[in-house]
Design a protein. Structure first.
Length: 455
């Protein structure tokens, strides 16, 4: 057993000083001692917190960051014009490049304080839709990246068959995603073998991409493949809502509530285009809203109705989605600020019992664990040792106590406060830097230069 000793820690019992956390060889917390002395062999840290889950990522899109900010020929540039650029970009990606990009993404997640990557993985095939000799070649690259980075991985192979609700063929770019049900079933079996070969904290679920890309009658067969978490994009864009309503007779959230009877296994991504009754109904189902506030801001998706969601008892997780920015504190700050800007208020998501920062942090720790299918999110025996330590001596934390520490971290600070990160007990970030940073950056530089030469 190794011990981490913290000057202050947020445990399942609340804030405590002089906390010693024992971590077993299996990566789980085995002991929690309060008011404990610091022993000579302890890893000493300032402020110890649970390390949340990054609940939604498309790793390959990280290599596009900064390349899509010029306006296209359409004066109303939007998500849909961005998507065309994304398809043109991904058509050039090789398996080796995807592995290098994914390792960088996972490294940046860890350095931002995330211990887990839930990878919504839909880049499966070669250009033109031709399968690799190993059907799971690209999934294997995500798994290999996680071995390099040491992050906890929940792999979600994505079923993506159609180009829209009218079941039109996939266009160039999309064809690298496509499978029929039979081939997806074989891909899922390959992913099972890949995850079985990873450390024991790795998890497998699946993701029907969206109601546009999967036929409704396929969903029952898909869900029968897994006992893990199920994720789906839902109600992200007005055009999507209109298309689904025209095809299925109901808006996306209305259809999901009526046809799927969602429960806590489900995470629905974005949900930025919901009416009040949809928000209340989905929140009360126990499903998680997987929010990506930085990407949703970048793509102009709209503003999630966080106030109504929380009032209805809803659960949330956060993810970095397009990975244009991987910044935990910024995701939470952007979520709260969007509510303030829409409603002309302050401390929008605070409650009578908790400050804004504490409420958001607790919510994403609990919701992220649910989204990942991972026993994490609190510092208590039996849970994964997914831990992050902030610099207690940082100027913005100096003299602060309790929930004010989280408020200062999220609203006055940033991820430069993150000093140490453990994923299932694997100590992957120390002094604010990943232990394999140099090698991961070198591989990424090689990949991105090759891509830029092609473009």
């Amino acid at each position: 057993m190794k011990r981490i000793w913290a000057e202050q820690a947020l445990t399942e019992q609340g804030w405590h000083d002089a906390v010693a956390v024992g971590v077993g060889d299996d990566g789980r917390i085995v002991s929690l001692d309060l008011a404990a002395p610091c022993l000579p062999d302890d890893q000493r840290v300032g402020l110890l917190l649970p390390a949340p889950v990054n609940a939604h990522s498309h790793a390959f899109q990280r290599a596009m960051a900064g390349l899509t900010e010029a306006r296209g020929p359409d004066p109303r540039d939007s998500f849909w014009t961005w998507r065309k650029l994304m398809y043109a970009f991904l058509d050039r990606l090789t398996p080796e490049q995807v592995e290098a990009i994914a390792a960088l993404v996972q490294m940046e997640m860890l350095e931002a304080g995330y211990a887990t990557n839930v990878e919504f993985h839909y880049l499966h095939h070669q250009g033109g839709g031709r399968a690799y000799d190993d059907l799971g070649e690209m999934a294997a690259r995500i798994a290999a990246a996680s071995q390099t980075s040491g992050i906890g991985l929940t792999l979600l192979p994505v079923h993506y068959q159609y180009g829209g609700c009218d079941r039109r063929d996939l266009v160039t770019g999309q064809d690298r995603f496509g499978n029929d049900l039979d081939r997806f079933g074989r891909l899922y079996q390959r992913c099972e073998a890949l995850v079985d070969a990873l450390p024991t904290d790795a998890r497998l679920g699946l993701a029907p991409h969206s109601l546009r890309a999967v036929a409704p009658e396929q969903l029952a067969s898909l869900f029968a493949l897994t006992d893990g978490p199920i994720h789906m994009h839902l109600a992200e864009q007005p055009a999507e809502v209109s298309e689904v309503k025209a095809a299925l007779g109901l808006r996306p959230v209305e259809w999901v509530l009526e046809a799927l009877a969602p429960d806590p296994r489900y995470t629905f991504i974005h949900c930025t285009q919901m009416l009040p009754h949809e928000t209340q109904g989905l929140a009360q189902s126990g499903a998680v809203a997987g929010l990506c506030p930085i990407t949703e801001s970048s793509l102009g998706d709209g503003i999630f109705d966080g106030l109504r969601w929380f009032e209805a008892g809803g659960r949330i997780s956060v993810g970095s989605d397009s990975n244009i920015r991987i910044a935990l504190a910024e995701e939470l700050r952007t979520l709260d600020y969007s509510q303030r800007l829409r409603d002309g208020t302050r401390a929008a998501l605070a409650s009578a019992q908790a400050s804004t920062g504490r409420r958001l942090f607790d919510a994403v720790c609990a919701g992220g664990a649910q989204s990942a299918g991972r026993k994490t999110g609190v510092i208590t025996p039996g849970y994964q040792a997914d831990l992050m330590a902030l610099d207690r001596g940082h100027i913005d934390l100096d003299g602060r106590q309790g929930d004010t520490l989280l408020d200062s971290y999220i609203f006055a600070g940033d991820d430069r406060m993150v000093q140490e990160v453990w994923a299932a007990g694997r100590h992957m970030v120390t002094g604010g830097r990943h232990i394999h940073r140099a090698a991961i950056l070198a591989a990424y530089r090689k990949a991105i230069r090759e891509l830029q030469a092609d473009l």
